[in-house]
Design a protein around this ligand. Structure first.
Ligand SMILES: Nc1ccn([C@@H]2O[C@@H]3COP(=O)(O)O[C@H]3[C@H]2O)c(=O)n1
Length: 299
């Protein structure tokens, strides 16, 4: 079996504006343009295996080319929230253009219950465009890309994984949308938590996580080495707030020194390039943290 196809892979590790950010000539972006490497970050997305992805951003094509993979056998996509760097239906609709496919297997799309209304409205707009009243046409699209609302805190069986959406302190385009951070039991029984996008966690999320021991924690660190944001900040994390979350998770017994912790979803608005951010984590974090990069696999 092609093991890479069944590896946990960071397809993208950037924020919405990516790195280098298209319109930007800041020192961070210019450094990334000149030196490339791990500082080049496409929009965040994650591959659990060949059948199941987390998020569906605008960079899927380049992410698959970079990793030498395809989505021929993709069957399920977990969407964290509806911001365009995480949910982008256009890529899915291009399945129609494929010549050799896995037949008419649907690609099931899962969103939080607070994202459902906006996501289905956007999907309808995307597939019908000017034919807004084509109910028959819409039903056909719905059968090929069914969208399911996942209630928070309710485990669901998806593609061989047990998936429970918890609440991240980050919104979406939907009215009152709360980003889903996914607690996932992998087929090998390891417990994996994908916490992006989020700021310092809700108390209810810390409380829920008290009853699990994470084997793998992937958590956003959007503002990296920016030390100006304060403590316990909602919306997004930075190194200091990332460590405040780790302190709580460690105290609660949710993580320990054996937990593999990764930082992802990193933007350009701070002074620490990849290696400098890794050094900062090495110096300051209560457990070992690895700064992820595009194409990196978790062993
Ligand atoms: N005050 C802010 C807030 C957000 N941002 C960036 O805008 C991005 C929007 O999508 P995102 O993926 O949530 O990441 C956000 C920050 O990188 C920013 O640059 N300044």
């Amino acid at each position: 079996m092609n093991t890479i196809n069944n590896s946990l892979i960071f397809l993208g590790t950037g924020a919405a504006e990516a790195i280098p950010a298209f319109f930007c000539r800041c020192g961070y972006c210019e450094h990334a343009r000149k030196h490339g490497g791990k500082d080049v970050r496409s929009r965040s997305a994650f591959r659990l295996n060949e059948n199941v992805h987390i998020d569906l951003g605008p960079d899927l094509f380049h992410q698959l080319v970079k990793t030498g993979l395809d989505v021929h056998d993709l069957t399920d996509v977990l969407i964290t929230h509806t911001h365009s760097d995480h949910l982008n239906f256009f890529e899915m609709l291009l399945k129609d253009c494929a010549v050799v496919t896995n037949g008419n297997k649907p690609v099931r799309i899962y969103v939080s219950e607070t994202a459902y209304s906006w996501a289905t409205g956007m999907f309808r707009q995307c597939v019908l465009g000017d034919y807004a009243n084509d109910e028959q046409g819409y039903k056909q699209w719905q059968q090929r890309f069914p969208i399911t609302a996942l209630p928070y805190y309710e485990p669901a069986s998806i593609g061989g994984y047990t998936v429970t959406p918890l609440k991240g302190t980050h919104g979406g385009y939907g009215e009152g949308e709360i980003a889903a951070n996914y607690l996932i039991t992998l087929p090998d029984r390891r417990i994996f938590y994908y916490a992006s996008d989020t700021g310092y966690f809700f108390e209810e999320t810390f409380t829920y996580l008290e009853k699990v021991k994470l084997d793998i924690l992937v958590m956003e660190c959007t503002f990296g080495g920016d030390e100006s944001r304060g403590d316990y900040v909602k919306g997004h994390l930075d190194l200091k707030n990332f460590n405040l979350v780790l302190d709580r998770l460690l105290a609660n017994g949710t993580i320990d020194q054996g937990t593999k912790v990764y930082a992802t979803h990193i933007n350009h608005k701070h002074p620490l390039h990849h290696d400098q951010l890794q050094d900062a984590f090495d110096r300051t974090s209560p457990v070992s943290v690895i700064v992820a990069f595009d194409g990196m696999a978790i062993e």
